[in-house]
Design a binder for this molecule. Structure first.
Ligand SMILES: O=c1[nH]cnc2c1ncn2[C@@H]1O[C@H](CO)[C@@H](O)[C@H]1O
Ligand SMILES: [Zn+2]
Length: 362
């Protein structure tokens, strides 16, 4: 089936996901059922279809801060071990059904302790859920490997504690660390102690930067904090100048990011919803991919954007005319950038990804 990649065909090829939030990927029906089971009374509606539409509309706000308000409801229903196990298991199954073969799913453990769970219990419940979900998917012939990333929230002051948690569980499925939450007013250097601790312990971390705020945030994340990857990072285009004759010139920071092959975890639909990009067609990913930055394509929040990895890729095919070779490039970029041992990354590239695209490339 070479030719233009359709959504159905894209769903069948192996894909890799590096930036997906556990609390942004629940099934609407699960939110409703967990609200009933746990006594959470804050949902705007108990009808799953309506609720799904509500999340997308509410997240379509044009600002990161308003977009983030929708997480009160998902976190509200994720305060018990049973709920965490179920949400993680369903996430693994949904990603596997979309053809994702390797995923890094992130969440902030500190958001799930409102009813007395300990941080350790939260991590163990989520790991159990992913193991169960991956096993159920494998029974249906869908193999997926899921690694978790622990986020600290920028506006709280628990980053060091969460970094320690990530290191404590690194041999139990936790692949790394991240900071999330509102970007403006919360520069990554506020959490320098956490990043220094992680580096001393040879641990992996990415930082949400260059989404709602610009180059200063990206520069701090890389040069002060030592981030290996950038969550979003789209604002790096502010350091790329295109002259009237089409000549493109990279500033020092953009050059550094490209030269060092620092992965950009791009989430197109999410960026349109928060106002970081005007539309998919005008999204900086087109330019960044053309300039051969280490671009990866991600969902961010499947519930709030009503998307999957396949639908994000299909939207890019529509907007930029990408073919199978481009989709394989995004996928291999992501696999190369994963917080996974080098030999395991290589094995997935050679035994799963390349064979999955081989007959589509002419
Ligand atoms: O695009 C984003 N930028 C910054 N923070 C985000 C984004 N998406 C989700 N979260 C935040 O990350 C927390 C942990 O998963 C979520 O609760 C949400 O507040
Ligand atoms: Zn994110």
């Amino acid at each position: 089936m070479p030719g233009v990649p359709t959504l159905e065909a894209i769903r069948r090829v192996p894909k890799v996901l590096l930036h997906d939030h556990l609390d942004g990927g629940l099934r609407p029906r699960t939110v409703v059922e967990l609200a009933a089971a746990t006594g959470y009374a804050g949902l705007p509606t108990a009808d799953p279809d309506e609720l799904g539409r509500w999340f997308i509309a509410a997240a379509n706000s044009g600002s990161l801060e308003t977009y983030l308000e929708t997480f009160a409801h998902t976190c509200g229903v994720m305060q018990t071990e049973e709920a965490l196990v179920r949400v993680a298991a369903e996430a693994a199954e949904d990603l596997a059904d979309d053809g994702v073969v390797y995923a890094e799913v992130r969440y902030a453990p500190e958001l799930f302790v409102e009813r007395g769970l300990s941080l350790d219990t939260v991590v163990e419940a989520v790991q159990q859920g992913f193991a169960e979900g991956a096993r159920r998917a494998a029974e249906r012939g869908r193999n997926i490997r899921v690694v978790t990333l622990l986020c600290a929230m920028r506006q709280h002051a628990r980053a060091l504690e969460i970094a320690e948690l990530a290191v404590r569980y690194r041999d139990a499925g936790v692949g790394g660390f991240d900071i999330a939450g509102p970007e403006e007013g919360y520069p990554p250097t506020r959490n320098l102690d956490a990043f220094e601790y992680l580096r001393r312990n040879n641990a992996h971390f990415t930082i949400h930067a260059g989404e709602a705020f610009g180059l200063a945030s990206i520069w701090e994340a890389i040069q002060h904090c030592g981030a290996e990857r950038l969550g979003h990072g789209v604002r790096i285009v502010d350091d790329v100048k295109t002259a009237g004759d089409g000549h493109v010139q990279l500033g020092r920071l953009a050059s550094y990011v490209r030269d060092r092959r620092i992965p950009l975890e791009i989430c197109p639909s999410s960026n349109v919803q928060t106002g970081a990009a005007r539309s998919i067609a005008e999204h900086p990913i087109g330019l960044l991919a053309r300039l051969r930055f280490r671009v990866t394509v991600n969902t961010d929040n499947r519930l709030m954007s009503g998307c999957t990895v396949s639908s994000e890729l299909a939207a890019l095919v529509d907007a930029f005319g990408y073919g199978w070779a481009d989709l394989q490039w995004f996928t291999i970029n992501a696999m190369k950038s994963a917080f996974l041992d080098f030999d395991q990354r290589l094995e997935l590239i050679n035994t799963v990804i390349k064979p999955g695209y081989a007959e589509l490339l002419d």
